[in-house]
Design a protein around this ligand. Structure first.
Ligand SMILES: *Cc1c(COP(=O)(O)O)cnc(C)c1O
Length: 340
């Protein structure tokens, strides 16, 4: 099976599993798990924040961040396609009575400051209180430009708003822009990081921020059922991931670039390729036959909501060569023998 649907499909390797097996553990709800504590300290140091907190998922880390920044009746501004607006089941509204104010992102994944400015509500009894700007890095694979990170951060200070970075794939952005994590995370109040995507840990995300913020988030984590006990076996995987799987993301980026070139040569319309993600546009009539063909060849691709291919630690170059061969064979057997 070659699975290009997402980098979430990555499984722990032998060395990571070994670390998990031998991890010292304790009851993390009491703060007693040495492995969880070590992971949190490591994340705080890497991000340059005072503290960090380990979560079962990125969705819960983002939710706890929103609940910590905003009160009932407050509002956060986020991209129309942002994960914590569109793909988290409306959790902020359902569980926090927090109103989202989406704005349309620019082509490069940034949010236009003029639109944010217009979306910020005056202090008036008619309006929700705007509290927070939430940005995503990477956004659909795009690493946000450094000058813009500084610009939106300065803007948030002027507007007295908090700034959250959904950094599920922040290390892809760090590698792509040649920055240490701190070079990106300095421009925010809080940052969520996913360990179970390109970094290949089986479970877990981290939320980083000030002591006060993390204390509040810890309460929300407990309330939403995310307080785990001997979570050290998972944290050990996270520590291994941070120690070994960051720099190698460059290989995933190279592979995605190679895949984009190969597909373009086959006449496939590549819409965009950034970091480890590529989006392609297929003629409507080709979607189902291609999906069936790839299924038969034990290759998985994401076809909805857009056709997307994501490279990761389990899709080495040889695997991608197989994907290209299967694609060529698919095109050959079409009635007109072309990409259409
Ligand atoms: C994957 C992802 C998350 C969190 O997802 P979980 O599956 O809940 O860990 C958050 N934001 C973005 C941008 C993501 O890609």
């Amino acid at each position: 099976m070659i699975d290009l649907r997402s980098d979430t499909v990555t499984r722990p390797g032998t060395e990571m599993l070994r670390k998990m097996m031998s991890a010292p553990t304790g009851d993390d709800v009491y703060g007693d798990d040495p492995s969880v504590n070590a992971l949190q300290e490591k994340a705080a140091a890497l991000s340059g924040k005072q503290a960090a907190l380990f979560f079962p998922s990125g969705t819960q880390a983002n939710l706890a961040a929103l609940l910590s920044h905003c009160q009932r009746g407050d509002e956060y501004i986020a991209g129309q396609q942002a994960h914590n607006y569109k793909y988290e089941a409306g959790g902020a509204a359902v569980l926090g009575s927090i109103q989202p104010q989406p704005v349309t992102a620019c082509e490069d994944g940034t949010l236009p400051l003029d639109e944010i400015r217009q979306a910020i509500k005056p202090r008036d009894i008619h309006f929700a209180r705007t509290r927070l700007i939430s940005i995503e890095n990477t956004h659909q694979g795009k690493a946000l430009p450094l000058p813009w990170l500084k610009e939106v951060y300065d803007f948030s200070r002027q507007q007295q708003l908090a700034l959250h970075i959904d950094g599920a794939r922040i290390f892809n952005a760090a590698v792509a822009t040649g920055q240490p994590l701190e070079g990106l995370s300095r421009y925010c109040d809080s940052l969520s990081i996913c360990l179970s995507k390109g970094l290949a840990a089986p479970v877990g995300s981290l939320l980083c921020g000030s002591h006060e913020f993390i204390e509040e988030a810890c309460r929300w984590r407990k309330m939403t059922g995310g307080g785990m006990r001997q979570a050290g076996i998972l944290a050990a995987a996270g520590i291994y991931a941070l120690d070994h799987n960051i720099d190698r993301l460059a290989e995933d980026h190279d592979n995605a670039c190679w895949l984009a070139q190969q597909l373009t040569e086959l006449g496939v319309e590549v819409e965009s390729q950034h970091t480890n993600m590529l989006f392609i546009r297929l003629p409507e009539s080709m979607v189902l036959p291609l999906q069936q063909w790839m299924d038969q060849h034990a290759i998985r691709i994401s076809f909805s909501p857009r056709t997307r291919l994501v490279t990761h630690i389990e899709t080495r170059r040889e695997a991608l060569q197989q994907v290209i061969s299967a694609w060529k064979a698919f095109l050959r057997q079409l009635p007109d023998g072309s990409a259409g």
